[in-house]
Design a protein around this ligand. Structure first.
Ligand SMILES: Cc1ncc(COP(=O)(O)O)c(C=O)c1O
Length: 387
C-alpha cells in the first residue's frame, strides 16, 4: 500500500485494531487485568495493564506512524520517557554529551540523579556541531539534545550531529517536544531515539500528561520494554485516550499554531517596545536556514526580549487578556510566561545570564485562537505595561 499522509495517520493509525467490538474509536480500557482460559492459556495478548493495554496500544501505533518509526512506547509523562532513554543508554561511568540548554528536569535528572551512579555529563552548545565532536570521550554512551531549545529557540543541525554520533558509534537521542512530529521527525534525520512530551502538541488541549519514546531499533525497544514494565511509569488509559484523540487533529492544529506564531513574531519584530524576537521562522534568526531545512514549518513558540525592566515586563504579562499566564506549551490556548521569575527561577543570575535569559524575556506558546485577537491583545498589553 502507498504510504499514507501524516494527517491520515493522525486520524486512523491504530484505530480498529485494538477493540473486539468494532468501535470506531479505541475505548478507554480501564480494567487492570485480563481473563485466562486456563492457567496456560491467555484469552488475548493482554495480561496486566501496567505492561500492555489496548488504549495505550492505539496511542503507540499513532505515535510510531507519525514519527515514521518502527517502535513507540508511551509513558506516564515526557520525563518518564526521557528517564527510560537515560536508564537504557547509561551505566556506571558513562559519559554524556548533552545540549547546554536542556529542559530543566532533564538537566536535573542527569546532574542530580544519574550523577549519583557515576554518570558524567559535558554540556555543549550543539548549535555549533564541532562542539559535539570535540566533547566525545572514550566512554561517551549518549549524545542528547533538544532543537528548538527552551526558551531561546536555538536550532541544532540534527542530521549533522547524527552523522557525528554514527561516526563515533554513540547512541543519539533528541527531545522533539517543541516541534512534534508534525514539523520534525528526528528518526528521518538519522537519530536513534526520539523522546517527546505528548503532554504538549500531540495531546494539544492541556488536559493530559504523557510521554513517548520511539526508535527503529528492535533490540533497543526491547530494552525500553524492560524499563517500562519494571519501573512502572505507566500511562493510564484515560490519559492515553486523550492523547490518542489529540493526535487526530495534530496536523490541522499545527498549521494554525504556525500561522499565528509567524504573525505574532512579525508583529513583535516591528514593535518599538521589543528589543529582540527569537523565532526560527524569521530570516534574522541565527540558524534560520537549518530550521528551514529540517522542519516542515517553524512552530508555535516565540520568545521576545522587551525594552523594559523586570517590573514593566511583569506589568505587560498582567495586562494580557487572551494570552493566559501559565507554564507549559503546545495547547490550543495561547500561554505566556516570564522565564526569569517562572520556569527558570531556580537558576542563579549567572546561569540565567549564560543561558541568555534576560529579566525582560517573555516566552509565548501561541495557540489556535483568531490571529487578530492575539495581535490586539499584545498591542494593548504592551501599551499598558511599557510607558
Ligand atoms: C522540552 C521538554 N521536554 C520534556 C518535558 C517534560 O514533559 P512532561 O511534563 O510531559 O513530563 C517538557 C515539559 O515542559 C519539555 O518542555
Amino acid at each position: 500500500m502507498t504510504k499514507r499522509q501524516f494527517a491520515t495517520n493522525g486520524v486512523h493509525s491504530g484505530e480498529g485494531e485494538h477493540d473486539a467490538h468494532g468501535a470506531l474509536v479505541t475505548p478507554i480500557y480501564a480494567n487492570v487485568t485480563y481473563r485466562y482460559d486456563s492457567p496456560t492459556e491467555m484469552k488475548s495478548e493482554y495480561r496486566y495493564s501496567r505492561m500492555k493495554e489496548p488504549t495505550r496500544e492505539s496511542l503507540n501505533a499513532v505515535v510510531s506512524d507519525l514519527h515514521n518509526g518502527e517502535y513507540a512506547r508511551t509513558f506516564a509523562s515526557g520525563m518518564a520517557a526521557i528517564n527510560t532513554l537515560f536508564t537504557t543508554a547509561l551505566s556506571a561511568d558513562s559519559h554524556v554529551v548533552a545540549g547546554q540548554t536542556l529542559y530543566a528536569e532533564s538537566h536535573t535528572l542527569l546532574t542530580r540523579v544519574f550523577s549519583d551512579f557515576g554518570v558524567d555529563v559535558t554540556f555543549v552548545d550543539t548549535t555549533d556541531t564541532e562542539n559535539v565532536a570535540n566533547a566525545i570521550e572514550e566512554n561517551t554512551d549518549l549524545i542528547y539534545l533538544e532543537s528548538p531549545t527552551n526558551p531561546m529557540l536555538q536550532i541544532t543541525d540534527i542530521a549533522a550531529v547524527a552523522a557525528i554520533a554514527d561516526e563515533h558509534d554513540v547512541l543519539m537521542g533528541v527531545d522533539n517536544t517543541f516541534s512534534s512530529p508534525a514539523l520534525q521527525r528526528p528518526l528521518d534525520l538519522g537519530v536513534d531515539v526520539v523522546v517527546e512530551s505528548l503532554t504538549k502538541y500531540v495531546s494539544g488541549h492541556s488536559d493530559a500528561i504523557a510521554g513517548a519514546i520511539v526508535t527503529n531499533d528492535k533490540a533497543l525497544d526491547a530494552e525500553f520494554e524492560v524499563i517500562q514494565y519494571n519501573q512502572g511509569a505507566t500511562l493510564g488509559p484515560h490519559d492515553a485516550f486523550l492523547a490518542r484523540r489529540g493526535a487526530k487533529t495534530l496536523g490541522a492544529r499545527m498549521e494554525k499554531h504556525c500561522e499565528n506564531a509567524r504573525a505574532v513574531a512579525q508583529f513583535l519584530d516591528e514593535h518599538d517596545a521589543v528589543d529582540r524576537v527569537y523565532y526560527p521562522g524569521l530570516a534574522s534568526h541565527t540558524n534560520h536556514e537549518v530550521a528551514a531545512e529540517q522542519m516542515a514549518d517553524f512552530g508555535g513558540m516565540v520568545s521576545v526580549e522587551l525594552d523594559a525592566t523586570l517590573e514593566e515586563t511583569i506589568a505587560v504579562l498582567e495586562a494580557l487578556e487572551v494570552f493566559q499566564l501559565a507554564e507549559s506549551l503546545g495547547g490550543v490556548e495561547s500561554l505566556v510566561e516570564q522565564p526569569a521569575v517562572m520556569t527558570h527561577q531556580d537558576l542563579s543570575v549567572e546561569e540565567r545570564d549564560k543561558a541568555g535569559i534576560a529579566d525582560s524575556l517573555i516566552r509565548f506558546s501561541i495557540g489556535i485562537e483568531g490571529t487578530e485577537d492575539l495581535l490586539h491583545d499584545l498591542e494593548q498589553a504592551l501599551a499598558a505595561g511599557c510607558n
